[in-house]
Design a protein around this ligand. Structure first.
Ligand SMILES: [Zn+2]
Length: 212
């Protein structure tokens, strides 16, 4: 199997996302750039993730052209490849339809409540555009900017990225957690995001790799 290691990492990540309840059914998709070539392994379209095998993960080029694998690449591949073309630092991307991120996208803002969440802000919000279109891909890339790790897509879900799969999954898990905490805190009437100054200080610590 070509790109075996890359495909296995994508498979493990999608199974973890399913287990964590971040992905239901065949919604959501994950991609990873291969180390050896300018190709990307991406979850295929319409296949149940729970029984998927590594050889069923699709391989595409950086423009999303299907190169290998028995099933068509995800229809949302343009978002993943557009992000990797635009950001040399990004090797892994995760897109989910998580419930709390989707609700946060409607509320119009997402703010951190705990220190680990600070790494992933500011979280941009992209207006609704048709899933799978180049337009949504362009909007996501624009909202991520040069350093962004997570964006919310209105009436759709979330898109996260990182230097490797661990980083992209951490962005996904903490952004969903941020949205969930904010939701319950707002329902309870006690919502207090972290002070802006504290967020800036935490981000500086994380960037200097000194956060505990
Ligand atoms: Zn989607």
């Amino acid at each position: 199997m070509k790109y075996e290691n890359t495909r296995k990492i994508v498979l493990e990540a999608i199974l973890e996302a399913v287990e964590l309840g971040l992905i239901h059914g065949t919604s959501g998709n994950i991609a990873l750039r291969a180390d050896e070539d300018d190709v990307v392994a991406v979850t295929p379209s319409g296949i149940s993730y729970s029984k998927m095998t590594a050889d069923q993960i699709a391989i595409v080029d950086l423009n999303g052209k299907w190169l290998d694998g028995p099933f068509k690449p995800s229809s949302e591949t343009p978002m993943h490849t557009a992000c990797m073309r635009a950001r040399k630092d990004v090797r892994a991307t995760v897109h989910t339809h998580g419930m709390f991120a989707t609700i946060a996208a409607m509320s119009g803002e997402l703010l951190p409540v705990t220190p680990p969440q600070c790494e992933f802000v500011p979280v941009g919000i992209v207006p609704f555009t048709m899933p799978g279109s180049n337009e949504v891909a362009d909007r996501v890339v624009e909202a991520l900017g040069e350093k962004g790790r997570a964006v919310l897509i209105k009436n759709h879900g979330m898109f996260c990225c990182g230097k490797d799969m661990k980083a992209a999954m951490a962005a996904t898990i903490y952004t969903e957690e941020m949205a969930q905490t904010a939701y319950y805190a707002k329902v309870a009437g006690v919502f207090q995001p972290m002070p802006e100054e504290a967020v800036r200080a935490m981000k500086a610590l994380i960037e200097a790799d000194q956060a505990v």
